[in-house]
Each structure stands twice: as structure tokens, then as C-alpha cells.
Design a protein around this ligand. Structure first.
Ligand SMILES: Cc1ncc(C[n+]2csc(CCOP(=O)(O)OP(=O)(O)O)c2C)c(N)n1
Ligand SMILES: [Mg+2]
Length: 561
């Protein structure tokens, strides 16, 4: 149910351009930065950005993927809407991987996308940056898209996009505006933030969920990205139920990694096989259903913002739709009436974690570096993933202490997002240290944004683990394809010289002790970026701990929804 905004009717009208109306509306919604790269179709948008530059910063990048990834990183680090602006055609496509990743991670990212002259859209005349059916392409990438044809539409369209980005299942949105419409003036009434759609909690499902969980002998909680704002609730539920909390990538840090009930994939897989009731919060459960299989008699309680998510793979015993926070609060209130008396599982979980830690000795080189990072990054410091062997190990072995301090692209895994995404996170959270963990392959995707980091004095620390290879691919070619090495060796610049050539701090660390010392110095340097290159050799595979698909856990695991 959407309520009509009451206040909007009282706002005065002003003569403004469409672009000014969009920018003023962003400011009215609390945005203070836009990540952007200019071009002729957006000249009049940039005129508006110039006019409002005392209230909205424009951070310009060296490639559109940098701008869009920065908005993504800022959104993931803050949980708040962020915006980027790009020209049409190539500008939009350059931003495509970041939009795709924003969709995959339900990140509230707004793209302002330019267009050719209004009258010629769809006529295939060959205008600069023209692309066939840009609206259709955008519609496939984001959840909510609008076209601004007149200045009067600009502010309400912006407000609707911002509401769609946060209401229901959050995610990216886009506004298109033709190059001649940005500058058109009209009588504009600025739209205040629209109330989010109200969702009623299903009381019957809630009662059923409380009964199931309260009576469970071996409950398990699984968190995805949708649980990031429910740390207090998940922590309380875990304690009340003595339920371990499993997270893989986007749910890390919801329960403090120092709590013995906080578990990652390998132990989580065993717990899934033993569980009688699972509470799944804001997670797709794809790995569980597709790789692990559905244990017989397992009852699942699902909490998800998207009603379509509940039964995609398997109908849950209880399905609760809406923002996880109020739902979990209601569950916490109802649960004590149904909850069994429970003994602590902390000692058991400590022992079982220790068994897995011993097995992780197989990936000791990665663990030693991850321990060095954890030892130096403050507990609220943010770790940002690129797609590298070090990160595959981090997903199971790097302890995360707080929500929104481990930024992962989730299932999309787009190589090369790390550096620019981390720049956005660090730009939006200047108050905490941020570290990007990249391989040499991924870092080079957006390495040019080192110029952006210097230009805007963003104090990001980037660690590049350099094995002169797409190492993960190379290992797979070696181990599974008879050493048929093809397209996986890399020629790199001297990364230290590269960083220094921009004026950045840049050092080489040759072992975990060196890395600790380098990180300590880097986190103290807040006036600009630091690049740390760590040369590494071939690294052992962590995949058996992540997939383990071959391992049959129990006879109950035959069924696959
Ligand atoms: C956009 C995209 N292209 C290709 C891949 C496939 N891929 C996954 S990891 C990887 C190699 C990464 O190399 P590097 O960044 O050096 O990290 P390393 O594996 O060496 O640790 C590649 C090519 C991907 N995940 N995303
Ligand atoms: Mg590499």
C-alpha cells in the first residue's frame, strides 16, 4: 500500500531546469556526492552540478566503470542511496558491470544516464553515442527506470526512483534524460522523500515461525546481504536459540566473527545437514539447495524483502515478507513463549571450528596474509573484495566483526570491481580505514582510478597480491586441464613505480610480517591512497572448502529442489 505524500502539495514552485530539479531532489533526499564522468549529452546536467556544488560534491573518475563502482561501494558501505552520472551508449555500457553487480547485491545505486536529442530517440540516425533501445537495455539492468521528458517530471521521477531503490527489495534504479531536456526550464515543485511502501507482517507466518524455531532441537540461522542491518536482532536470536549463524559473502559480520556461534561455509555445510529448522534471513540459499541438497524433514523459515524469493527453489514452512529488521524484532518478542530450554552450544562450536581451522592449514599462505590484515585493520575497518585467490580464502577464514565491514559482490563476482568499489566505500566512509584486496589481474581493470584517488585525496589502502597470472584460472588449467596454460599469464607494470608515478604512497611487502608493518603505516596515512604490492607464488586451492560438492555429507541429502 502506498500512501499519498501529504507534504509535497505545500512545497513552493520554482523555475528550474530539469537537471537542476534532479540535483536539488537528490540533495533533498540526503545525497551529498555524485560519481560522474562528463560528456556533451550531460553538459547541462553538469551545469546543474556546478550550480549546486556547495551541497553536492562531484567526484569525477577516469572511466565510467569507476564512477558506477564507486557509487556501488559507497552504497554497500553506508546502506544509503548513492548516484552516478554517465553519457549514453558507451558510457552506459561501461557502467554496465557495476549496475549488474548493484542488482545482484540489492544496492541502492541511481544511474543518471544521458540521451541523444529527444526528438530523434529511436530513429537510428547515428547521433553521437546513440544506442538502439537504450531504455530496453536499462530496463533489463535495474529494477526501476524512468525517462524524464519535461522539467516538471524531473523531481517526482527522482523521488520515485529513490523510493524504489529502498522499498521492497532494494536495488539500482536509473533515470534517462535527453541532452536537450536537461536544460529546459519549467515550473518545478521539488518532491520530498516519498514514504516507503508499508508492508504488514504476516502474523500467522510469524506465529508458525516462532513455534518452529522455539521447538527446534538444532536450529541454524543463515544470513545473506538482506540481514546487514539486523545485527542486534540476529545476535539476540542466535543467543536465544543457541543457533549457529552461517554467512558466506554478503552476510558476514552480522554476527560478530569472534562469537563461537559465527560460522562460515565448511562448518556451515555440516550444520545444514544436521539442522531441523533453518531461519534464512535475506539470502537466496542457492548454495544450500543446489550444491548441498535439501535434508529430509528440514523446515525452513524464510525472511525476505522480495516475496518472489521465498519459493523460487523450495516452498518454506513459513515465509515472512518485508524488511528483515521489524520482522526479526517481532520474532524476538514472540519466541520466548515457545522457546525450549537450551544448553549453550558455544563449547561444541569452538571445538568444531578448531577442527576446520586445522584443515585450513592446507591454505596456510592465504591464512597468514589474512591474519596480517585482520591484525591491523581496526574492528570497524572495511575489507573490500576483488575476485582473487586471497578473497576466496577470506570468505571462509577472515573473521568479520561488524556489519557492513566486509563488502562482497556476492554471486556476480565481477573481476576488477575491487579497487573502484573500495574507493567509493572509502570516499563515503572517510571516518574508517578501508582496504581493497585485489589480485594483479583484477587491480588492472580499474587501476587508472589511482588518478581519482589522488585527485580527490581518498585514503584507500589497496593490497595487490601479484602472482603475474590470472592465478585462479591458471591453477584450474594446471590441475584440471592437464597443464594446458592458455590466456592466464600476465605481464604487469612495476606496481610500486606505478603508484608512485601518481604521487601515491606505494611499497612492496614480501611476507605477512612486512604486510602488517606496511598496513600499519598505510592506515595512519589519511591524506591520500596507498598501494601495497605483495609478490606471491602459486597459491593452494581453497575450493574444496567452498564447494565441497563432491562430499556426501549424509544420506538425508539426496533431494535437490
Ligand atoms: C568480469 C570477469 N571476467 C572474468 C572472470 C573470471 N575470473 C575469475 S578469477 C580470475 C583471475 C583473477 O586474477 P587475479 O586478479 O590476478 O587474482 P588471482 O586469481 O591471481 O589471485 C578470472 C579471470 C570474472 N570472475 N569476472
Ligand atoms: Mg593474479
Amino acid at each position: 500500500m502506498t500512501k499519498r505524500p501529504k507534504k509535497a502539495a505545500t512545497a513552493p514552485t520554482e523555475t528550474m531546469t530539469a537537471a537542476e530539479a534532479v540535483v536539488a531532489t537528490l540533495i533533498g533526499h540526503g545525497l551529498d556526492t555524485i560519481y560522474a564522468l562528463p560528456g556533451v549529452q550531460n553538459d547541462l546536467l553538469f551545469e546543474a552540478l556546478f550550480k549546486f556544488s556547495d551541497r553536492l560534491r562531484t567526484v569525477h573518475t577516469r572511466h565510467e566503470q569507476g564512477a558506477a563502482y564507486m557509487a556501488l561501494g559507497a552504497a554497500l558501505a553506508t546502506g544509503k542511496p548513492q548516484a552516478f552520472a554517465v553519457v549514453p551508449g558507451p558510457g552506459l555500457l561501461n557502467a554496465g558491470a557495476a549496475l549488474l553487480t548493484a542488482f545482484a547485491t540489492n544496492a541502492p545505486v541511481l544511474g543518471l544516464i544521458g540521451q541523444i536529442p529527444d526528438a530523434d530517440i529511436g530513429r537510428d540516425l547515428g547521433h553521437l553515442h546513440e544506442i538502439r533501445d537504450q531504455a530496453g537495455i536499462i530496463k533489463r539492468l535495474v529494477g526501476h527506470a524512468e525517462f524524464v521528458h519535461k522539467p516538471e517530471q524531473a523531481s517526482p521521477a527522482t523521488a520515485r526512483a529513490l523510493r524504489a531503490m529502498r522499498g521492497g527489495r532494494p536495488g539500482p534504479a536509473a533515470l534517462q534524460c535527453a541532452m536537450d531536456v536537461w536544460g529546459k526550464s519549467g515550473s518545478v515543485r521539488l518532491q520530498e522523500p516519498l514514504p516507503p511502501p508499508a508492508v504488514k507482517i504476516d502474523r500467522d507466518a510469524l506465529r508458525k515461525a516462532a513455534k518452529l524455531l522455539g521447538g527446534a532441537k538444532r536450529p541454524l540461522i543463515i544470513c545473506g546481504g538482506g540481514a546487514q542491518d539486523c545485527s542486534a536482532e540476529v545476535t539476540a536470536l542466535s543467543a536465544m536459540l543457541q543457533a549457529p549463524v552461517l554467512a558466506f559473502r554478503r552476510g558476514r559480520g552480522v554476527l560478530d566473527g569472534r562469537d563461537p556461534l559465527s560460522v562460515t561455509l565448511p562448518l556451515g555445510r555440516d550444520l545444514w545437514a544436521e539442522a531441523d529448522v533453518v531461519l534464512a534471513v535475506g539470502t537466496r540459499l542457492l548454495i544450500q539447495f543446489r550444491q548441498w541438497g535439501l535434508p529430509r524433514d528440514l523446515k525452513i523459515v524464510r525472511v525476505d524483502a522480495d516475496p518472489k524469493e521465498h519459493a523460487r527453489l523450495h516452498k518454506p514452512a513459513a515465509a515472512l515478507t518485508g524488511d528483515a529488521k521489524p520482522i526479526l524484532q517481532s520474532l524476538l518478542a514472540d519466541l520466548p513463549a515457545h522457546n525450549s530450554k537450551r544448553a549453550s552450544r558455544k563449547a561444541e562450536m569452538r571445538e568444531r571450528q578448531a577442527v576446520w581451522r586445522k584443515r585450513f592449514e592446507k591454505i596456510a599462505p592465504q591464512i597468514a596474509y589474512l591474519e596480517a590484515i585482520r591484525a591491523e585493520l581496526p574492528e570497524n575497518g572495511i575489507f573490500v573484495e576483488d575476485i582473487t585467490q586471497m578473497v576466496f580464502a577470506a570468505r571462509i577464514a577472515y573473521p568479520v566483526y561488524k556489519p557492513r565491514t566486509y563488502l562482497s559482490p556476492g554471486f556476480q563476482d565481477p573481476l576488477g570491481l575491487g579497487f573502484a568499489t573500495a574507493l567509493g566505500a572509502q570516499d563515503a566512509r572517510r571516518d574508517v580505514p578501508v582496504v581493497a584486496i585485489c589480485g594483479d589481474g583484477g587491480f588492472m581493470f580499474t587501476a587508472t582510478e589511482m588518478a581519482t584517488a589522488m585527485r580527490h585525496r581518498i585514503p584507500l589502502v589497496t593490497v595487490v597480491f601479484n602472482d603475474s597470472a590470472y592465478g585462479n584460472v591458471r591453477r584450474i588449467q594446471k590441475e584440471r586441464y592437464g597443464n594446458h596454460l592458455i590466456g592466464s599469464d600476465l605481464l604487469n607494470p612495476d606496481f610500486v613505480a606505478f603508484g608512485k608515478s601518481f604521487g601515491a604512497e606505494a611499497v612492496r611487502a614480501r611476507n605477512p610480517q612486512d604486510l602488517r608493518a606496511a598496513l600499519r603505516r598505510a592506515f595512519a596515512h589519511r591524506d591520500g591512497p596507498t598501494l601495497i604490492e605483495v609478490p606471491v607464488g602459486e597459491l593452494p586451492s581453497p575450493w574444496e572448502f567452498i564447494h565441497g560438492a563432491e562430499r556426501v555429507i549424509s544420506a538425508r541429502m539426496r533431494e535437490r529442489p
